[in-house]
Design a protein around this ligand. Structure first.
Ligand SMILES: *[C@@H]1O[C@H](CO)[C@@H](O)[C@H](O)[C@H]1NC(C)=O
Length: 808
C-alpha cells in the first residue's frame, strides 16, 4: 500500500517502552528529601510523558486506521493478463467510445469527432456529456467479454461503434474496433473523426512505456503487452484528409483540451480553411515524452473504419474487413439466443421493439462496466485533513456514463442482480473488487473516485469520503442471492468457492462495522450517522441511507432511530447466514441477530405508529418548518433563504413522512406472510393519493408535507415523490415473495405485483421510446424521465422486471 502522508507517528508499543523507561527513577539509595521530591517530580514527568506518548501513539494509530487495508488475503487473486478473456474491454464508460485493459497502467484508446461546418457550434465530442444533448446513445448489445455494438446518434450523423476482443498469445490478445458513420438525412455533411491512443501518467511518468506514430498508425510498448500496433484501416467510404500528432498531455482528463491546442489552420482546395493536427510545442521540453497520439480523419459518409490493434505472437491474424463483419454477426446471434434463454421475453409475449430496449438496458449496464485505478480521499475524526486511501483497482459498473461514471457502493448492490443473471463470474469478480476496498475498521468508502479521469468529473464537495458514513449493504444481499440461486458455483472444486471463502472475512468485517458504528440508543435500533443540521435545509439530508433528502426527523439527534436501516440489518444478518452456510461456517450468531430483528413485536415497539397505522422513523421532530428569507448583516452578501422552526420539535415517530422508508419492513421481507401489519402496508400501497401512480410507486406520499418540496433554495426534490426503479424492484420482489407464501395477503400481493410491474415497465419503455434513454428517476405526476440520463444503473433492472426475475 502507498501512504502518501508522511506521518512521524511512532509505533504504538515501541513508544510506550521508550517513555516508560524514564519513569523508572529510583529512590532506593538516597533518603534526601530534596532528592525525594525531585524524584517524585521526575516520576510525575515520566508519567506525564508516558500518558502523552500513549495519547500521541494512540492518536497516530487511530489516524492511520482509516487508510489501512483489512489484514486478510485479497479476494481478487487474478486480474490483468491472468484473465485473458476479459483483458481488453470498453472499460472507460465515461467516454462515448473508449478501450483499455484491466491493468493499472494500460494505454487507453478512444474516439472523438466534430462537424466541419463551423455553423454547427457543437464543439468536439469526447466525454459522455448531458449537455451534448444527443437524441440517443448507448450499447445495443454487449456481452461483457467478447464484443459490443453501440449507436451514437448525433444528427446529421449516426455513428455505430462496435468491437471484438480475441484473446491469444502471451500479451493479452487482439482487438478490433469498427466505427461506421452514416448520414441521418439525405445530405452528406463531412465529419471529422479522431482516434487516439494515450498513456495514463497520473501515477507518475513511466519510462518503460512509450507511444509514437508511424505512417498513420499508432505504435507503442508497455511492459505488460510488449510492442503493439494500432492500424486504421478504412473499410469503405471516402477519406479526404488525414493528419496526426505526437504530443504530451498532462492527464487523461485533458485530452480534448490538448487536442484543441494541437490544431493548426491549413488551406484546402475544396474546404477552404481546414483545421489539421500539427506538432506539439510542449515536446521541446526534454522532460516531457510523447503520451498522446491523435489521428484525425476528414471523411465523407457513409464511412467505415476498422481500428485494428495487434501485438506480438498472436496465434491468428487480427480481425478486419469482411471477416470482422462475419464475426460480429455471429456474436450478435449468440447474444440474442443467450438473451432469450436467460430472460424469456419473447416467450412472455413482449414485442420485438420492447425486447430491443430490454437488450439495450442490459447491454448498457454491462457496457458501463469500467476498470479504475487510484486512491480515494478519506477522512476520519482522527485525521486533521483528508488522507489518501491506498491505491487500488476497481472493476465496477457505473450508475450513469454521463453523470456518475464511477463506482457507487449501494448502486453496485443492485447492478449485480442484473449482471449476475447474464454472467455470475463478472458479478462475483466485481463484488470481490469492492470487498478489497475494505479498511481495517470494516468500512468501505461509499463513492469511488479513482484516477484522474474519474476525479475530474466530481464536484469538490463530494470527493472526500468519511469513515463514519455507511451506505445500504445491498452488495451483501446480492452476494447471498448469487449463493442461493447458484449453489453449484460454490462447490469445493470451483475457483468461485475459494473467492467466496476469501470474501467471507471481509463481508463479516463489513457486517460487524454496521453493527457497531450504526447502532441506535435503544436495543435493536439503528441510526444512520452523518446527518447535519446547517439551519438551511428544510429537513437535513441522510446521504448515507442512499435516499438523500427523504424526510427524517427534522432535528438530527442521538435518540433517532431509522426503520430502513434496521430492516437492512435484518436482511444483512440473513445474508450472512446464507453465505456462512454454503461455506460450512458457523451461522448461529447471524441467525440469532436475524431472528431478533425479525421479531415483529420488537419492531413494532420501536417503529409502529398505531395512530397512523404505519411504520416510521423515530427522533426529534416537528412538521412546523418553513423557509424564510433572511437579510445578511453584511450588505454585500445579500439575503439567503434559511429554515425557520415554527413549532418546537418533540421526540416522536416521524409519521408525516410516509413513503419508501415506511415500506421497508415489507420491502426487505422482515414481516411474516401472516402479519397483520403487512396487510396494512398493502392497503396503503394501493392508494393513489399516497404512493401509487400509473408509473410505479412514488418515493413519498402526495399527502406528506414535504412532497416534491425543495430542501434548500438550491436543492430541488430528489427522493420526495419521484419514482425510483431500485425501490420498485424491491417492492416487486417482496410482493412476489408474499404472493407465493401461503398467507392471508397472498392474493392481494399477487394482484398488486402484476399491476405495479405493468405500470413500471410500461412507463420506462415508453419513456425510452419517447426520449431515447433510461432515466435516473421518473415523475410520479406524469411519468416523465427526470434527473440524469442515460441512467443504465439500477433503472436497467427493468430487464429483470420484464423477465419476472426477483430473487433476493
Ligand atoms: C454501417 O451501418 C449501416 C447503418 O446501420 C449498415 O447498414 C451497414 O451495414 C454498416 N456497414 C458495415 C460495414 O458494418
Amino acid at each position: 500500500m502507498v501512504r502518501h502522508r508522511k506521518t512521524t507517528v511512532p509505533h504504538k508499543h515501541g513508544n510506550i517502552n521508550e517513555s516508560g523507561s524514564s519513569s523508572g527513577a529510583s529512590e532506593s539509595s538516597i533518603a534526601s528529601r530534596a532528592f525525594h521530591l525531585l524524584s517524585i517530580w521526575k516520576t510525575g514527568v515520566g508519567v506525564m510523558c508516558f500518558i502523552i506518548a500513549v495519547y500521541v501513539g494512540t492518536l497516530g494509530y487511530l489516524e492511520t486506521r482509516v487508510n489501512t487495508p483489512l489484514d486478510e488475503e485479497k479476494a481478487v487473486q487474478q486480474s490483468g493478463l491472468a484473465v485473458p478473456e476479459r483483458y481488453w474491454g470498453t472499460y472507460r464508460p465515461g467516454v462515448y467510445f473508449g478501450i483499455k485493459s484491466r491493468e493499472p497502467r494500460s494505454p487507453v484508446f478512444g474516439m472523438m469527432w466534430y462537424e466541419l461546418a463551423a455553423s454547427a457550434h457543437k464543439g468536439i465530442r469526447h466525454l459522455c456529456e448531458q449537455n451534448d444533448n444527443l437524441p440517443t446513445y448507448g450499447w445495443l448489445r454487449h456481452d461483457g467479454v467478447n464484443f459490443g455494438e453501440q449507436l451514437v446518434s448525433d444528427p446529421p450523423h449516426d455513428i455505430h461503434t462496435s468491437f471484438i476482443t480475441t484473446p491469444g498469445g502471451e500479451y493479452g490478445g487482439q482487438w478490433t474496433a469498427r466505427i461506421n458513420i452514416t448520414a441521418t438525412g439525405k445530405e452528406n455533411t463531412p465529419i471529422v473523426l479522431i482516434w487516439y491512443g494515450a498513456l495514463d501518467e497520473s501515477m507518475g511518468a513511466d519510462e518503460h512505456s512509450i507511444l509514437w506514430a508511424e505512417y498513420g498508425a499508432l505504435r507503442g510498448h508497455t511492459p505488460a503487452i510488449g510492442n503493439f500496433k494500432v492500424h486504421l484501416v478504412p473499410h469503405s467510404g471516402k477519406l479526404i484528409h488525414t493528419s496526426f500528432s505526437e504530443a504530451h498531455c498532462s492527464g487523461l482528463h485533458l485530452l480534448k483540451e490538448k487536442f484543441y491546442s494541437l490544431l493548426r489552420v491549413e488551406k484546402h482546395p475544396h474546404f477552404g480553411r481546414l483545421a489539421v493536427l500539427g506538432p506539439d510545442d510542449e515536446l521541446n521540453d526534454k522532460e516531457k515524452g510523447i503520451n498522446f497520439v491523435p489521428i484525425q480523419m476528414l471523411i465523407e459518409t457513409p464511412f467505415v473504419l476498422d481500428v485494428v490493434y495487434s501485438t506480438e505472437g498472436l496465434p491468428s491474424p487480427p480481425l478486419k474487413g469482411d471477416e470482422y463483419t462475419n464475426a460480429l454477426e455471429k456474436y450478435k446471434k449468440e447474444f440474442d439466443v443467450k438473451f432469450e434463454k436467460e430472460f424469456n421475453l419473447k416467450k412472455k409475449g413482449y414485442s420485438d421493439q420492447d425486447i430491443k430496449i430490454a437488450k439495450a438496458a442490459m447491454s448498457n449496464m454491462i457496457g458501463g462496466i469500467g476498470y479504475f485505478y487510484g486512491a480515494s480521499r478519506v477522512q476520519s475524526q482522527y485525521t486533521k485533513e483528508p488522507v489518501p486511501y491506498w491505491r487500488a483497482p476497481l472493476y465496477t459498473a457505473v450508475p450513469s456514463r454521463s453523470f456518475f461514471p464511477r463506482g457507487f457502493l449501494w448502486d453496485e448492490g443492485f447492478h449485480g442482480l442484473l449482471i449476475g443473471k447474464w454472467s455470475p463470474e463478472i458479478q462475483l469478480d466485481i463484488a470481490a473488487h469492492w470487498l478489497d476496498l475494505i479498511n481495517v475498521e470494516g468500512w468501505i468508502p461509499r463513492e469511488q473516485i479513482l484516477g484522474a479521469e474519474a476525479l475530474a468529473r466530481v464536484p469538490k464537495e463530494f470527493v472526500v469520503q468519511s469513515n463514519a458514513a455507511a451506505n445500504p449493504p445491498m452488495l451483501l444481499l446480492q452476494i447471498a442471492k448469487l449463493v442461493r440461486t447458484k449453489p453449484q458455483m460454490f462447490e469445493h472444486r470451483y475457483a468461485s468457492r475459494h473467492t467466496l471463502d476469501r470474501m467471507f472475512p471481509r463481508l463479516q468485517a463489513w457486517y460487524q462495522w454496521f453493527q457497531t458504528t450504526q447502532k441506535g440508543e435503544e436495543p435493536t435500533s439503528y441510526r444512520w450517522r452523518g446527518r447535519e443540521d446547517d439551519g438551511l435545509q428544510l429537513n437535513p439530508k441522510t446521504l448515507t441511507s442512499g435516499l438523500d433528502d427523504y424526510p427524517r426527523a427534522s432535528h438530527p439527534s442521538d435518540i433517532e432511530r431509522h426503520v430502513d436501516l434496521r430492516c437492512w440489518m435484518y436482511a444483512a444478518a440473513d445474508a450472512m447466514a446464507t453465505i456462512a452456510k454454503v461455506l460450512e461456517r458457523d451461522t448461529d450468531k447471524f441467525e440469532a441477530v436475524r431472528d431478533q430483528l425479525g421479531d415483529e413485536d420488537l419492531l413494532n415497539e420501536l417503529h409502529w405508529s398505531s395512530h397512523t397505522q404505519t411504520y416510521a422513523d423515530y427522533g426529534l421532530h416537528t412538521d412546523g418548518v418553513r423557509f424564510v428569507r433572511q437579510n445578511s448583516k453584511n450588505q454585500q452578501e445579500g439575503s439567503k433563504v434559511v429554515r425557520s422552526v415554527t413549532i418546537a420539535p418533540q421526540p416522536r415517530l416521524v409519521t408525516s413522512a410516509f413513503g419508501y422508508v415506511s415500506l421497508f419492513p415489507m420491502l426487505l421481507k422482515v414481516l411474516k406472510p401472516e402479519s397483520e401489519k403487512l396487510g396494512k402496508i398493502l392497503e396503503m400501497l394501493d392508494k393513489e393519493e399516497l404512493l401509487w401512480s400509473p408509473y410505479g410507486l412514488r418515493s413519498l406520499s402526495k399527502l406528506s408535507p414535504l412532497y416534491m418540496k425543495r430542501n434548500t433554495e438550491h436543492d430541488p426534490p430528489y427522493w420526495r415523490g419521484q419514482v425510483w426503479a431500485n425501490i420498485n424492484y424491491l417492492a416487486l420482489s417482496a410482493l412476489q415473495h408474499y404472493a407465493r407464501a401461503a398467507g392471508p395477503h397472498g392474493p392481494r400481493a399477487r394482484e398488486l405485483h402484476r399491476r405495479l410491474r405493468d405500470n413500471l415497465v410500461g412507463n420506462i419503455l415508453s419513456e425510452y421510446k419517447r426520449t431515447g434513454y433510461l432515466w435516473e428517476q421518473y415523475s410520479g405526476e406524469d411519468g416523465h424521465g427526470s434527473g440524469c440520463k442515460p441512467f443504465s444503473g439500477w433503472t436497467a433492472l427493468v430487464t429483470l422486471i420484464m423477465a419476472d426475475e426477483y430473487y433476493l
